[in-house]
Design a protein around this ligand. Sequence first.
Ligand SMILES: C[S@@+](CC[C@H](N)C(=O)[O-])C[C@H]1O[C@@H](n2cnc3c(N)ncnc32)[C@H](O)[C@@H]1O
Length: 271
Amino acid sequence: MARELIDDWDDIHAYGADYVHLCMRLKRLTGIDLSSYKSRQMHRRLQNYRSRQGFPDFYTLSIAIQRDGRQLDALVDFLTINVSEFFRNPEHWKVLSESILPGLIAYRNGRKVRIWSAGSSGGQEAYSLAIAALEAGGTPEILGTDIDEPSLAKAKAGVYSADEVKGVSRVYLARYFERRDEGYRVREVLRWAVSFRRGNLLVDEYPRDLDLTVCRNVLIYFTEQGKQRVLTGLAGSLRRGGVLFTGATEAVFNPSSYGLSQIHPFFYQRQ
Ligand SMILES: C[S@@+](CC[C@H](N)C(=O)[O-])C[C@H]1O[C@@H](n2cnc3c(N)ncnc32)[C@H](O)[C@@H]1O
């Protein structure tokens, strides 16, 4: 079948032996399995990277990441698309604050509300969750996980430029951030509520008994099979009645097959 006719060219073997070699080495060195990511998209990105870095083929890039840890880190950082924002898609955060969080907080009856930001990038999502939960009267305990170390370092530092905090209202900026020479730094109240650690959604164990699992703008990069595996895990991370919050282009088409039911667009409750 002509390649143009295939919607998702989701097989790394379609791109030559040197590409497969690179994918296998990357998996061995980092646990990142590119065969679970949309291959056409990933291959195109990697090809741009390879030629910009001056490697004649994927074999030579593969040798470089084996020999030089800095080459490996640079490649992983490039591969993971880390774009994030505070309160991304504000209309969905309104639903979260007004219709979802009050019930989750009431269920815990004064105890900590357990929340996971899966694919937390630079921490904007996890800190937004902390603000939303605190504002709704809850005591949040939030875990952010990501595969990318530089993103995790940024999240832990919790310092953002004026441009990065543009999605935060003036009131919240004053309440939850302090002005520093280097930008806006999250206050202690957010630091206490949020922790970060490395986690690969395709390999590592998922947390359990959560009230709210947030996985946004991560599923879009996975193949259908990878997405199904991750959705099964995300659903399983929730307690009964817990809620999964997905990205604005990541509606779950068959929620019941994961034991979920849709309660609002992009919000799914565990049955
Ligand atoms: C586009 S960002 C989304 C950040 C945030 N959730 C948001 O919506 O603003 C995607 C993040 O997913 C992370 N990621 C990609 N593959 C992953 C995996 N297998 N396990 C964990 N995180 C992954 C990337 O490192 C990146 O930080």
